[in-house]
Design a protein around this ligand. Structure first.
Ligand code: UD2
Length: 471
């Protein structure tokens, strides 16, 4: 139904009928109370709602069965490439060389997911604009873009940087990138693309209105990355450039080794369709999903779905039985993404119970003090069980994972800066043993890895300065 057709009352009647038949009869009453222009605005938005999907989601919600991408009952700990096996091995060196060749051949793109709402951090604006550089106050977006820039220089390749946004932050993200000159990357190698939105509903399954003439919508989860890659034409563009693998990560983790060659090499060597990095869980309660396998398929069970007895279960070695924590770093093979999205990808929709402001029957905005709504999201890792060939690679937490989730305490800006500081000092120690600056920051574009760093600073005398900012 086009917005233009809706000018005519006939189509309005059919929209009203369709929503009433879908159990959303309050929509008609809401429309009745709007003047013509506002009614037209709302009708145009209503026309974009997938009512079949909405009905299915509400029915699933009323049945209240947990939504999981993998059968929890038969889940076992998965095989993984454990650190003690790979660290310092020939296998690791071979993988790294192979990954470097793939980067130099221009076969890889980097993709950061940044469409979420970042409610826990309470930062106003896209989370990628949050300042994380201990000395430079460089933003998360600048941090990640700097790593891509370092890889481009090092391997002499045109590596695209993909950024997933959502309706809530797309414009602000584009403005931020433009205002900072794409952090030194060529503008046409930065591909910003938008995920879809889904309506939020109340506990009865009724659509909520964020304003008189607007539904309350929320991003459709990072599983939306895959559909958005295809729908936005980004997948076509990547294929046209000969890209074969996408290095996927989350905007909130400044420690991620963007485009890690060893990981790319392990993935390619095994012809894996989706590869994942994992960290040993800090403790049973840590809020990360865990890798598991069931019926020969790999998957991730989200922390909120993991039954307590599985969460706390111990293996014979005394460690957690499900110890492989998801740090949301993956490599997706492009042909796998193409195959998934061609067939009309259907990932399960998880439910998140949230507090969502809405307008009441008097058109007054209500900001609820309690959780009042359900949002529906797909998770990108629910694509794992759809792959025949997968890989889980263990990595050291201190080198790769320190996400910014909360304002304070664990996984906060303070812990991320602490972990960055420690990582910089480890690099510095290779070049200037004993140097102990009061504060240090190594810009992400300064060097791609520790070897490049050591070569670049050899002979620099001032490494012991109190505030050491290497740009
Ligand atoms: C995620 C994982 C969890 C663990 C943890 C590690 C899920 C469901 N859980 O938990 O298993 O790996 O991260 O840090 O992923 N995003 C979008 N669009 C959306 C929703 C999210 O782009 O619609 C992005 C968001 O911008 C962020 C990332 O996805 O970069 C993760 O989102 P989150 O912080 O809500 O996930 P979290 O911490 O619950």
């Amino acid at each position: 139904v086009s917005a233009q057709k809706l000018e005519d009352g006939g189509d309005e009647a059919s929209v009203r009928r369709r929503f009433a038949a879908a159990g959303q009869d309050h929509v008609g009453a809401h429309l009745d109370r709007l003047d013509r222009p506002r009614r037209a605005a709302l009708l145009a938005q209503l026309a974009t709602v997938d009512l079949d999907l909405l009905q299915r989601l509400v029915a699933e919600m009323k049945r209240d069965r947990p939504i999981v991408g993998l059968d929890i009952g038969s889940a076992e700990p998965p095989d993984w490439l454990a650190l003690e096996r790979v660290a310092g091995s020939d296998e690791e060196r071979r993988a790294r060389r192979l990954g470097e060749e793939r980067l130099a051949a221009g076969k890889v793109a980097a993709l950061v997911v940044a469409g979420g709402q970042g409610t826990r951090l309470g930062f106003d604006g896209p989370k990628g604009c949050f300042e994380v550089g201990p000395l430079s106050r460089r933003s998360l977006f600048a941090w990640h873009a700097g790593k891509v820039l370092a890889a481009r220089r090092r391997f002499g390749a045109r590596i695209p940087f993909l950024v997933l946004t959502s309706q809530a932050n797309d414009e602000a993200t584009r403005e931020f990138f433009a205002a900072q000159d794409h952090f030194g990357l060529p503008a046409d190698d930065v591909m910003i693309f938008r995920q879809g939105m889904l309506p939020a509903v109340d506990f009865e399954g009724k659509l909520l209105f964020e304003a008189e003439d607007r539904l309350a919508l929320a991003p459709d989860g990072h599983g939306g990355t895959l559909t958005a890659l295809a729908a936005s034409g980004t997948l076509d563009a990547l294929e046209a450039r000969g890209i074969e693998d996408v290095f996927y990560f989350q905007v909130d983790n400044p420690l991620v080794k963007v485009l890690d060659p060893a990981f790319l090499g392990h993935h390619h060597e095994r012809a894996s369709q989706v590869s994942s990095k994992a960290c040993r869980k800090r403790d049973a309660a840590e809020k990360v999903g865990v890798f598991a396998s069931s019926e020969g398929r790999l998957g991730i069970i989200e922390y909120s779905d993991l039954p307590a007895e599985m969460m706390n279960a111990r293996a014979a070695d005394g460690d957690l039985r499900f110890r492989a924590g998801n740090i949301a770093i993956h490599v997706f093979a492009i042909d796998f993404v193409r195959r998934l999205t061609q067939g009309g990808l259907r990932l399960p929709y998880h439910r998140a119970i949230k507090s969502v402001p809405y307008v009441d029957a008097n058109f007054e905005v209500v900001t609820p003090s309690h959780k009042n709504a359900v949002k529906f999201e797909t998770f990108v890792f629910d694509a794992l069980p759809l792959a025949e060939r997968t890989l889980v690679l263990e990595t050291a937490r201190e080198e790769e994972f320190s996400p910014i989730k909360n304002r304070e305490g664990e996984d906060s800006p303070a812990t991320a800066r602490r972990d960055l500081d420690a990582a910089f000092r480890r690099w510095l120690a290779t070049a200037a043993p004993g140097a102990a600056p009061e504060a240090i920051e190594i810009a992400p574009s300064f060097a791609f890895d520790v070897e490049e760093f050591a070569a670049k600073v050899a002979g620099v005398r001032d490494l012991a300065s109190r505030r050491l900012l290497l740009e």
